[in-house]
Design a protein around this ligand. Structure first.
Ligand code: HSE
Length: 431
């Protein structure tokens, strides 16, 4: 059997998991791979940490550029992360005719277009299953398993940290800040968790999902992104009373003239399977025009689940399975327009604080009628803080974002309205 020599860049959590997986499952992997896969070199800034993981049997260097130009190496695995040094190393590896496997979602979302072109030019494979939803084989499922379908939409819980926070807020009644510090103490969130809570990590992953689903270029800069920081406990409770759960969703939807790409907190009917994905788990629903809805569920992060996806890519490369990087023939990539958020179509949850006076509700509902937006459900609650104030919660049917914003603006101009209207989008995820 021919040898496939692998160089590993970065032996932190996932790199350590990869090493462990290869050791434990080597017999199984050898039964499947078409080459004898072995890591022959590791590059890491922390040589002593690398030694603790791999011992003395493997060459360890702190010179990553030397590794990616090493003529003995066939495949480079990039587990450094970020878009600076990791990008330079991936480019250098490809230019030196090495296949590359990466878990780096930011790198793909921001620079995937040029990296795919470079890989094609150098006739090597750039594989990135681990970049979206960790251990869930969602990219291979879209590129291969669902290839016979036109994908209509994809919606996913693709950030484990925020899903953990939202689950804690709902189940334990804690605030966002309390749930975040718990996520940090359990090691789910980073010390600086802004990429997670502001939705940027999910937007990176959504960019990749959309490129593979619709055959469009990576379009990260066009993704509408809203995180979960502003979510209040009372919205989670009101949503629950109305039969909904709030999740941070990445949504990519094909419409007649282009694609909607958005990441934001979303109400989902509680009887949908994805509404019941809790803790740090991930799940992605893909709607194909022939297959219908398919749900993929599993661990979206962590050493061994992510390593599982990396090894799947290594085995593919050993088989020389050159599925096009984003699943579509290169000449078929279409730069479809991405809708502005103002032209997105969604249902809406609005929470309006008002002084409790006769006629207020009638004025509010008239504003919906004027814009031809249908109301689906409504709830009125005396606020805990003040008995002469009430929270009115309205669920709308589908509407254009700019129309609902006009309604909100008019509601905020009413004399009875106190403060800003809270708006959260709502998706039925049914068709
Ligand atoms: N920070 C990410 C998450 C890790 O919470 O899902 C996996 O990409």
């Amino acid at each position: 059997m021919k040898k496939m020599n692998v160089g590993l860049l970065g032996i932190g959590t996932v790199g350590g998991g990869l090493y462990e997986l290869l050791k434990s499952n080597i017999t199984e992997i050898q039964r499947k791979a078409s080459a004898d896969i072995r890591i022959i070199a590791v590059a890491d800034k922390d040589i002593s940490r690398a030694k603790e993981v791999v011992g003395n049997a493997i060459e360890i260097t702190d010179d990553a550029f030397q590794l990616v130009t090493n003529p003995e190496i066939d495949v480079v695995i990039e587990l450094i992360g970020g878009t600076t040094i990791a990008k330079d190393l991936v480019i250098k590896a490809i230019e030196h005719k090495k296949h590359v496997v990466t878990a780096n979602k930011a790198l793909l979302a921001l620079f995937g277009n040029e990296l795919f072109a470079l890989a094609k030019k150098n006739n090597v494979i750039l594989a990135f299953e681990a970049s979206v939803a960790g251990g869930i084989p969602i990219l291979k499922s879209i590129k291969e398993g669902l290839a016979g379908n036109k994908i209509e939409w994809v919606a996913g819980i693709i950030n484990g940290t925020t899903n953990f926070i939202l689950t804690e807020m709902r189940e334990k009644g804690v605030t966002f800040t309390q749930a975040l510090s718990q996520a940090q103490s359990l090691g789910y969130a980073e010390a600086d968790p802004s990429f997670d809570v502001e939705g940027i990590d999910a937007a990176h992953k959504l960019t990749i999902l959309a490129a593979l689903s619709f055959g469009i270029p990576m379009s990260f800069k066009d993704v509408y992104v809203e995180g979960i920081k502003a979510l209040e406990q009372k919205d989670i409770q009101y949503a629950e009373e109305l039969g909904y759960r709030i999740k941070l969703l990445g949504i990519a939807k094909k419409r007649d003239k282009g694609i909607e790409l958005r990441v934001h907190p979303t109400l989902i009917p509680e009887d949908r399977l994805i509404a019941n994905v809790n803790g740090a788990m991930n799940a992605v629903v893909v709607k194909g025009n022939m297959v219908g809805s398919t749900l993929f569920y599993g661990a979206g992060a962590g050493a061994l689940p992510t390593a599982s996806a990396v090894v799947a890519d290594l085995i593919d490369i050993s088989r020389a399975t050159n599925v096009p990087a984003n699943g579509f023939n290169e000449k078929q990539i279409e730069a479809l327009p991405i809708y502005s958020i103002n032209d997105a179509i969604s249902g809406y949850y609005l929470r309006i604080k008002v002084s409790d006076k006769p006629g207020v509700l009638a004025k509010i509902t008239k504003l919906f009628g004027d814009k031809k937006i249908s109301i689906d459900a409504m709830l009125q609650k005396e606020t805990k803080e003040n008995k002469s104030e009430a929270d009115i919660v309205i669920l709308s049917r589908l509407a254009l974002e700019k129309d609902i914003n006009t309604v909100i603006h008019s509601i905020e101009s009413l004399s009875a309205t106190i403060g800003k209207v809270i708006k959260i989008r709502l998706e039925e995820l049914s068709k």
